[in-house]
Write a protein that binds this ligand. Structure first.
Ligand code: NIG
Ligand code: FE
Length: 413
């Protein structure tokens, strides 16, 4: 049978095949490797996966990629990014090097609030061009699906502008982009003494308009001591849920204020960061089917002394995903490969666990595990050809790009 593309002779083909349930515990170590593996691709989808000999007997194609001495794996899924902003904030990076904390910088006029002015004043085209350039740089590092958040506009007009930019990015770029509304990223300066009024605007003005224009699938919030407390977060998120948003949270990044417990209580799809989550928080996530999306790049960039307790989470049976958290403040990192290295080095995840967390479980964090995240018949042909001798090489060879070819929907991009 004739197919559109065959990838053959892969030294290791990491299929990560299995059920559609998020992987937890020991399953996070299962890559389901085919040695000397091959894939037949037709109409942008995976048609067959097997050993090279079988695939070459059954299929032929005008296009063949010889992956001899290479590793073949699913494209990375980055389920947490903030790529739409105007100016970068490397000044804050230097302030942190000199000893200021992220929260101190936020409270003295920097932080998220310092990104608001630029986004509000920028034209939509300018924001689009800048974000386009940023995401184009992420693709050669192997990302084939990405979640992107608003949250630097913090008024109805500018949040809508950001979400329209995200829509345009998804229409322009070859990768899939999943939109999230994050009007509850901070309290804008004009409402700093009237937080209730901003919450009213969020709930009564922004959310209905964004929902009716179908510009976002998820609603996210920054639940942390200096921004949205637990009561405010519950109120905002339950309202969002009623309107039809699915929920995500930035939870317990810096202080364990009960964000993870709340994520379990309200049925969030994922709780992200979790740098300081309590044991109770871990159990609440696990018992309520919430994915723990860990962002070690952020804690690395914030010079944190401790990281999310990935080992306890995995041992407790909580499915862990990884993401870059790419943003102008706390983490200007656009490489899932770097995040995988940090996950291993700083959180003790095994290379296999970090790979599952960046592919299949990351797909679960944006509810796309039926179409991406593993190399199985019927799924999108989102595939990476990696220039490395084994999968363990990926985190080991850090700060570099191990990706040789990125394939999205069966096409080299
Ligand atoms: O995920 N924690 C909240 N939001 C971002 C930081 C955004 C910023 O500082 O601009 C994060 O780390
Ligand atoms: Fe974030």
């Amino acid at each position: 049978m004739q197919v559109d593309l065959i990838i053959t002779n892969a030294k290791e083909l990491l299929t990560i095949k299995g059920s559609l349930k998020p992987r937890s515990g020991k399953e996070m170590n299962e890559l389901s490797i085919i040695k000397d593996g091959a894939i037949a691709i037709k109409d942008g989808k995976i048609f067959s996966v097997g050993v090279s000999k079988d695939i070459s007997e059954k299929f032929s194609s005008k296009k063949i990629i010889d992956a001899t001495d290479k590793i073949v794996m699913p494209g990375f899924i980055d389920p947490h990014t903030h790529p739409v902003f105007l100016d970068t904030r490397e000044n804050e990076f230097e302030m942190r090097i000199k000893g200021k904390s992220y929260v101190e910088i936020s409270q003295s006029g920097g932080g998220i609030r310092s990104s608001i002015k630029g986004v509000r004043e920028s034209s939509e085209d300018k924001l689009f061009e800048l974000s386009l350039k940023r995401i184009k740089k992420m693709i050669p590092y192997g990302v084939t699906t990405l979640e992107a958040k608003s949250g630097y506009g913090l008024n109805t007009e500018s949040e809508l502008k950001m979400l329209r930019v995200i829509k345009r990015l998804s229409e322009t770029l070859p990768i899939d982009i999943i939109p999230t509304f994050m009007g509850a990223h901070e309290f804008p300066i004009e409402y700093k003494d009237n937080r209730e009024e901003y919450i009213r605007i969020l709930k009564e003005e922004m959310m209905p308009e964004i929902m009716s224009s179908k510009l976002a699938e998820y609603c996210d919030i920054f639940t942390e001591a200096h921004v949205y407390n637990i009561e405010q977060s519950r109120d905002i998120l339950l309202h969002a849920k009623k309107l039809g948003f699915k929920l995500k949270m930035h939870a317990d990044e810096i202080e364990p204020i009960g964000g993870a417990e709340l994520a379990g209580e309200i049925g969030a799809i994922s709780a992200d960061h979790l740098g300081a989550t309590s044991d109770k928080g871990i159990f609440s996530l696990r018992d309520n089917g919430v994915i723990a999306t860990l962002l070690p790049g952020t804690l690395f960039s914030l010079r944190a002394k401790t990281y999310a307790r990935a080992r306890q989470m995995i041992n407790a049976g909580l499915p862990v995903a990884l993401a870059t958290d790419y943003n102008p403040g706390s983490c200007n990192c656009d490489s899932m490969q770097m995040v995988i290295s940090l996950a291993c080095l700083q959180m003790g995840m095994t290379p296999a666990e970090a790979i599952v967390a960046s592919t299949f479980n990351a797909a679960c964090a944006i509810e796309r595990q039926d179409v991406v995240g593993s190399l199985e018949k019927g799924k999108k042909a989102d595939i990476l050809i990696m220039d490395m001798p084994s999968y363990q090489f990926l985190p080991y060879h850090f700060g570099s790009n191990n990706v040789e070819i990125v394939i999205k929907n069966g096409k080299i991009i």
